[in-house]
Every structure is written in structure tokens, then in C-alpha cells.
Design a protein around this ligand. Structure first.
Ligand SMILES: *Cc1c(COP(=O)(O)O)cnc(C)c1O
Length: 358
């Protein structure tokens, strides 16, 4: 069976060495040495000012909404994983969808401006499939209208925009380190901000607002990453260049062989890629379903990331015109890509996609 992805597992002996360390210290969680080490290494590797590790990418968003004290409407993209929208709804915010650009698949800045109202407090874009948003335009709009910006950068680990980390944009960027992501800690995530004061506030917030043994000056929650998760991250970070190179080769083969047969996401020319997803866009949903069926019969399971368009979710009341997202979400399929995907299996996937069209 071949799925859209397969979680990367590092060398077990290396992981065991970290586990031995955890056993000898009995320090399992609460900002332990593994979490501290991983934070330092990620800060350096990604080139960001403040990075706070948390227990998953969804809670990273939750924390961002809370520490920025958001209330009212957030303008977001309808083309993303459901967590972008559902987390906002659960935080008492009202998602207002601005339709995407049909080529980049990212929120279209021009549509953002149209959706701004007196109740808008923030913009919540997603670098979908790690394709960098038009961050400079978004920054300008936010400044002009005095809005906060939170980037759901769940996919955008290790992406650079004009030579610097894409995570530097916005008041906050969040990452997901879920097992299916490019870089993972089993479950996990991170919050990135350039603002040192905000970073401090986040550190208290993810640990119940506790300042010291007898001082609890703030409100807070539990969003901590544990030591076993951080140890996994330390192992995988050692291998990340190799992981990216292997994925790059897979993507290049897909792109070469499927050119002209399907459409690809248009990449931001000012940004690097991280080879995390291989979305392809078909002419029609019928064609997608037919290819999906052909692949499924051979035990190959691509995924319909992202379907349905989030503006059509049942618990969303406001209906904006997101015709581009509704259309794209019906026609986009993410093909299998992971370290260990064998060449003959990939060739077979390509053959089925090509063959199914004749
Ligand atoms: C994976 C993902 C999340 C959620 O991250 P978890 O770590 O699974 O909670 C949020 N947004 C996007 C766009 C994602 O792909």
C-alpha cells in the first residue's frame, strides 16, 4: 500500500541514545533539555529570532489568537487544512474567506482588502503546500488597516523569501511538526515571532501562565512539547538536508513526466521550495476521480488535499464568493511523496496517471 505520505523515522540507535538520556534524567516534559536543545537548533537552522515549541500546530494557532487578543473577524483562505478555520471558530473568531489566486493557490491579497470591515482584527493566510504568500503586499494591507497577521506556516518549514526565513513575516507564524509533515516531532509545532515581549508572553501562556513556583500572574493553558517528541526532532533535524534532497528528486520526476498532462501550482519566484507536497490540478473533478480510482485499485492512495473548500463547511454561516477555491479544491490531488518511495513505484503512479487519460 502506498499512501500520500509516510512518516520519516530516523536511525533507531540514535533515537535510543536520546531516550537513554531522558531515562537517566527522568525529565520527561516541562521545558526539558531536549526541548531547549531543539529550540536552539531550530532557531539557528531556520534563522528566526524567537521560536517556542508547542504540542501541535493547531494549538500553536490557538495560542497565537489568544496572545494577540484577537476578537471579531479574521480574513483567511478557504483553501487549507481544516485546522486553519476550525481553530479560529473555536477561538470565538469569525472567519471571513478571501478567495485564492488560481495559480499560486494562496490567498489573493486583492481579495483580502475587499473583505476588510470594521470588525476585522487580523489576517490569517496560509503558505499552502509551502508556497510563499505575497507577504509584502499582505504586510502593506495589514499596516494600512492596522490589522494583525498570523501566518499558518504549517507547511513552510525551511522556506526562504528573498533570502530570509518566510517565518519572519507577520506578527506570528506557526509551524506544525505532525508526523505527516516535512520535519516532525511525532506531534508538535512551533510559534515564531520577531517580538521579544510577545515571545515571553507566549512562554508563560503555554505553561498555564506560571511565572515561578508561587507566582501565576497570567492566564494560560498547557501547550508544551515533551522530551520524547523533541528527541525525535533532534534526530530528524540531522537528516533534513538529505530528506529534502530525496523529496526534491521525486518532485522533479513527477514534474518532468506530468508536464502538460496536469497543471502544477505556480511557485513564488522570490521564495525557495521545501518539497513537502506534490499537488497536481486536473481539468475536471471527473478526471481526478477517475485517476484516483485507477490508483486506488493498485493500492495507491493519493489525498484530496484540500477538499472541501473551507467556505463550504457546514458550521460556516457567512457565504463569500470563493469560486476559485471551490473549483480548485475539486480538481487538486496530492500525489505520494516521501523518503523511501521507490522509483519503480513512482514510475507506476506516473504511468497510471498518464494511461488513465487515453
Ligand atoms: C497540519 C496542519 C495544521 C495542524 O497541525 P497539527 O500539528 O496537526 O495540529 C494546521 N494548518 C495546516 C495548514 C496544516 O497543514
Amino acid at each position: 500500500m502506498i499512501n500520500v505520505t509516510k512518516s520519516y523515522l530516523p536511525d533507531i540507535e540514535k533515537y535510543k541514545a536520546y531516550i537513554d538520556e531522558i531515562y537517566s534524567s527522568s525529565w520527561l516534559t516541562n521545558n526539558g533539555p531536549m526541548v531547549q536543545r531543539l529550540e536552539l537548533r531550530l532557531k539557528e537552522y531556520l534563522g528566526v529570532k524567537n521560536i517556542i515549541l508547542v504540542s501541535n500546530g493547531t494549538i500553536a494557532l490557538d495560542v497565537a489568537y489568544k496572545v494577540l487578543e484577537l476578537k471579531g473577524e479574521v480574513i483567511t483562505t478557504p483553501f487549507s487544512f481544516v485546522a486553519t478555520t476550525s481553530s479560529a471558530v473555536l477561538a470565538g473568531l469569525k472567519p471571513i474567506f478571501a478567495d485564492i489566486d488560481k495559480n499560486s493557490l494562496n490567498i489573493d491579497p486583492q481579495n483580502i482588502e475587499k473583505m476588510i470591515s470594521q470588525n476585522t482584527c487580523a489576517i490569517l493566510p496560509v503558505h499552502v503546500f509551502a508556497n510563499a504568500c505575497e507577504v509584502e503586499e499582505i504586510e502593506e494591507i495589514a499596516k494600512k488597516h492596522n490589522l494583525k497577521v498570523i501566518y499558518d506556516a504549517a507547511h513552510a518549514f525551511d522556506v526562504e523569501y528573498k533570502g530570509e526565513s518566510i517565518l519572519k513575516y507577520g506578527d506570528i507564524s506557526t509551524l506544525s511538526f505532525h508526523a505527516t509533515k516535512l520535519f516532525h516531532t511525532i506531534e508538535g509545532g512551533a510559534i515564531i515571532t520577531n517580538d521579544d515581549e510577545l515571545a515571553k508572553k507566549i512562554r508563560y501562556f503555554i505553561n498555564f501562565g506560571i511565572k515561578s513556583a508561587t507566582k501565576i500572574p497570567y492566564l494560560g493553558t498547557n501547550a508544551k512539547m515533551n522530551e520524547f517528541e523533541a528527541a525525535m526532532g533532534l534526530c530528524i533535524l540531522d537528516d533534513i538536508e538529505e530528506i529534502k534532497n530525496k523529496r526534491k528528486a521525486i518532485i522533479e520526476l513527477y514534474r518532468k513526466e506530468l508536464e502538460g498532462i496536469v497543471k502544477f501550482q505556480e511557485q513564488n519566484i522570490n521564495a525557495t521550495q521545501n518539497y513537502s507536497y506534490m499537488p497536481v490540478i486536473f481539468e475536471s473533478e471527473e478526471e481526478l476521480l477517475s485517476v484516483q480510482k485507477a490508483l486506488n485499485t493498485q493500492d495507491i492512495y493519493p489525498r484530496r488535499y484540500f477538499y472541501p473548500s473551507l467556505d463550504t463547511l457546514e458550521y460556516i454561516e457567512s457565504k463569500q464568493d470563493c469560486s476559485v477555491s471551490r473549483d480548485i479544491s475539486k480538481r487538486v490531488l496530492c500525489l505520494p511523496i516521501f523518503v523511501g518511495l521507490e522509483k519503480n513505484n513512482q514510475t507506476n503512479i506516473i504511468k497510471i496517471i498518464k494511461g488513465d487519460r487515453d
